[in-house]
Design a protein around this ligand. Structure first.
Ligand SMILES: NC(=O)C1=CN([C@@H]2O[C@H](COP(=O)(O)OP(=O)(O)OC[C@H]3O[C@@H](n4cnc5c(N)ncnc54)[C@H](OP(=O)(O)O)[C@@H]3O)[C@@H](O)[C@H]2O)C=CC1
Ligand SMILES: O=C([O-])CC(=O)C(=O)O
Length: 260
């Protein structure tokens, strides 16, 4: 399977180098599509058209905006698309276009969290009455451009954890596009955007990024606590995420024997 990587930052760079080094059997790197002015010196670089022509699979590691802009043309080209910026799919029109139009197939990466499989099963079996995700990250990583100067400073200088937002997953993932894709992952897993309440907490003393997912329903009660070390390349991103991408690529390259 020939693979192109869209976005060569903390996630895409690790994924691309691992594929380049032959660490995923059955998967071969054709190149990276990147935005910055300087090409990464150690990786083959492609334009998006060449990437969609040459790759069987394009892996989006570039952000919600890039997915919204480039995703439709990728699936329209016939290449499959593996997505990490799943929060962009809070836009129903984009989700429909990427999932239902083809001919390329849309795949979602579980990214920084787990438990999505059993939440999907529970949502089907007895239905879920409440689903929540609380994301806590090192405070400065959560500063957003839409915040006014006073709020930005309060987050940067807080000595205590501060709750920045609590609301429907659709709104929270849009407000924190590089930090709350996990809220969208949970909503997509249970197939109900309105059921999932997401909270984002800025903690000046959080050495690890945590995501606590809870759900109750007819088949049982669920609680998952994930505590990830941040990526050395981007403290807003958990270090495990590129490895979740690589696990997903491995499964697509050689599906036999993998958890479906
Ligand atoms: N599902 C999940 O659990 C998670 C999802 N994510 C998602 O993954 C995204 C990437 O994370 P991360 O690697 O840490 O972010 P980085 O900022 O480290 O890397 C993103 C890279 O993509 C590049 N880029 C942006 N737009 C384009 C484009 N149109 N074409 C090509 N390259 C582009 C950026 O370039 P430049 O800097 O020059 O703009 C940057 O180099 C996040 O924004 C988030 O949406 C992240 C963590 C967890
Ligand atoms: O990496 C993480 O822990 C979560 C994250 O940034 C996101 O969901 O966008």
């Amino acid at each position: 399977m020939k693979v192109a990587i869209l976005g060569c930052g903390a996630i895409g760079g690790v994924v691309a180098r691992s594929l380049r080094d032959g660490e995923v059997p059955g998967a071969e790197l054709v190149g990276v599509v990147h935005a910055g002015p300087t090409d990464p010196p150690d990786l083959p670089v492609l334009g998006i058209e060449a990437a969609t022509e040459q790759a069987d699979l394009v892996v989006e590691c570039a952000g919600q905006r890039a997915l919204a802009e480039l995703g439709p043309s990728i699936v329209a080209s016939g290449a499959d698309l593996l997505v990490v910026s799943v929060g962009a799919l809070a836009d129903d029109a984009l989700l429909t276009k990427l999932r239902d139009t083809g001919p390329g197939t849309l795949h979602l990466c579980s990214g920084a969290v787990g438990g999505l499989d059993v939440l999907a099963a529970a949502a089907r079996e007895g239905g879920l009455s409440a689903v929540r995700i609380v994301t806590t990250k090192k405070a400065p990583t959560l500063v957003q451009r839409w915040m006014d100067a006073e709020q930005q400073e309060r987050i940067r200088s807080t000595a205590e954890p501060v709750e920045l937002m609590r609301g429907p997953a659709r709104e929270v993932t849009a407000a924190f596009p590089a930090s709350a894709n996990v809220a969208a992952s949970v909503a997509l897993a249970v197939e109900d955007w309105d059921l999932v309440e997401a909270t984002v907490v800025a903690d000046p003393n959080a050495p690890l990024t945590s995501h606590v997912i809870t759900a109750e329903g007819g088949s049982g009660d669920y609680r998952f606590e994930i505590r990830n070390h941040p990526s050395p390349g981007n403290p807003a991103t958990s270090g495990v995420v590129p490895h979740a991408v690589l696990a997903a690529v491995a499964k697509l390259a050689r599906p036999t024997g993998a958890f479906a």
